[in-house]
Design a binder for this molecule. Structure first.
Ligand code: NAD
Length: 282
């Protein structure tokens, strides 16, 4: 009975379909080659179609690209990141830890760590609705003139914003662009969105809150541009230039991103410390 159970687990793991997505840096391509060889030796199935596990090789940007490539399969896919530089926010393994990764995949029981993502609906003047998902953030900006938008939270007109732009970030995205904007770092188990200003105009005539705000799950954030000319909307590492944006709606998506839970999944506070503080003198 015991022997049978072990065999069944092994069969399950070697049947696992794995996709690898990498940037074209020589170091990443080298890691990719070695990883593919080790996975094949251990009878994993390498395929980009309907994978169970997606491995990104590169940095956080590569994990963002992997997320967007498989964002329509989030319920069945688990992600894992290999970093070819220093440890990133979405990457659990360094390039010299491939053996450890393959060993963990062999022992994998399906455990996962899940984080909230952002759902963005962009409503255009011609009635078109673009629905997108962000892992880090969605940012709306105007570069040529002051951006003027009304910020509405749960149907309450909160403020008329004037400035360069507004970023709405996820908890895992709170350490990315949001942090550079002076936003708070949010633990990813807190299901909330953060609205951060980009260079707001604040004087005797114009007024915004001036600090970032954290909005709980189920609350809806809306931005209504006062002018219909071109806005630049960035969703993670992609950028759209759109005219006649009538409204943008932001909510926590009903799906989450799942990461392979493994002994190498470093704690969030360790990552924050490693990235921003390091070993400071005591
Ligand atoms: P990039 O190559 O310019 O990377 C920007 C940096 O952001 C990299 O060091 C990356 O490791 C880091 N990063 C990405 N996600 C992170 C996260 N969740 N927490 C902490 N650091 C994170 O750009 P890219 O690779 O295309 O990544 C796009 C992301 O870069 C955007 O989603 C945005 O958050 C971030 N960004 C930041 C700034 C800024 O801080 N001023 C400006 C533009 C973009």
């Amino acid at each position: 009975m015991m022997v049978l159970e072990i065999v069944m687990i092994q069969m399950k793991n070697t049947d696992k379909k794995i996709a690898i997505i990498s940037n074209h840096k020589p170091q990443s391509e080298e890691v990719c080659r070695a990883l593919k060889q080790k996975l094949r030796q251990n009878n994993f199935i390498l395929t980009s179609k309907n994978p169970d596990v997606v491995i990104s090789v590169g940095g956080d940007g590569m994990l963002l690209s992997a997320f967007h490539k498989y964002e329509d399969q989030l319920d069945r896919v688990r992600f894992v990141g290999v970093h070819t530089g220093h440890l990133g926010f979405y990457t659990d393994y360094r390039d010299f830890e491939i053996d450890k990764l393959v060993d963990n995949l062999k022992l994998d029981t399906g455990a996962q760590v899940s984080y909230p993502i952002l759902n963005v609906k962009i409503i255009l003047g011609n009635g078109e609705v673009k629905t997108m998902r962000a892992l880090n953030e969605a940012t709306i900006k105007r570069t040529d003139r002051t951006m003027v938008v009304d910020l509405i939270i749960n149907h309450v007109h909160f403020e008329r914003f004037r400035g360069d732009g507004i970023s709405v970030s996820t908890p895992t995205g709170s350490t990315a662009y949001n942090k550079s904007l002076g936003g708070a770092v949010l633990h990813p188990t807190i299901e909330a969105l953060q609205v951060a200003e980009v260079a707001s105009l604040n004087n005797r005539v114009y007024r915004t809150l001036g600090s970032s705000i954290i909005v709980p799950k189920k609350d809806k954030i809306e931005l209504v541009p006062a002018r219909s000319d071109q806005h630049t909307i960035s969703i993670d590492n992609r950028t759209l230039n759109l005219k006649d944006v009538v409204r943008i709606e932001y909510q926590i998506d009903q799906h989450k991103i799942h990461f392979l839970a493994s002994p190498s999944h470093t704690s969030f506070w360790n990552r924050v410390k490693d990235a921003f503080i390091g070993e400071a003198d005591k």
